[in-house]
Design a protein around this ligand. Structure first.
Ligand code: CTP
Ligand code: ZN
Length: 153
């Protein structure tokens, strides 16, 4: 790591979400439900140079670790993201986010007539991931196919 590039200090314990597509950091915070009022120390870096992406965002959250569902949600809007787990200032785990083959309960179907959009039916949305790049999802119930622009996690 080139020290000249270090914009915010390293963290002691927590999660660094790196290689987020430029401009998506606030959406990542929203997925994590972080408003700032919870008291976590958070660093947001937006639109910095990246060899791989041209520009990228970074989110660092101290003393917070992510659930599988949170990682799946992040994968939908930031498929290039890397999740780094930090313990005692060291990166002890680094993995790229990856969409699962089936997504449950995260995304809503865009078909208003779909059974998952009938509040009285209580059917949890469920999608088959047809393609990961670009993201393409098929509703398990009505067969509607949704592309990247139609997915609102
Ligand atoms: N980081 C941090 N606090 C630490 C350790 C790392 O905030 N105690 C951050 C780094 O600034 C970087 C990310 O976590 O944004 C990953 O760290 P590292 O693996 O050391 O950096 P790179 O080798 O540049 O990562 P990659 O190969 O994934 O680009
Ligand atoms: Zn549907």
């Amino acid at each position: 790591m080139n020290e000249k590039k270090l914009i915010v200090s390293k963290i002691a314990n927590g999660t660094v979400i790196d290689h987020i597509p430029a401009g998506k950091a606030l959406k990542v915070l929203k997925i994590l439900g972080i408003t700032g009022e919870e008291g976590y120390r958070v660093a947001l870096v937006m639109n910095v140079a990246s060899d791989r992406l041209g520009r990228k965002d970074i989110v660092k959250v101290e003393d917070r670790f992510l659930s599988k569902e949170e990682v799946d949600r992040i994968a939908l809007i930031a498929p290039t993201a890397t999740i780094n787990i930090i313990r005692d200032y060291k990166v002890v785990e680094k993995r790229e986010v990856e969409l699962p083959d089936v997504i449950e309960g995260i995304v809503k179907c865009i078909n208003p007539n779909c059974v998952t959009n009938q509040p009285r039916e209580h059917v949890k949305p469920r999608f088959k991931v047809l393609s990961k790049k670009p993201v393409k999802l098929e509703c398990h119930y009505c067969g509607e196919v949704m592309g990247e622009g139609e997915i609102a996690p």
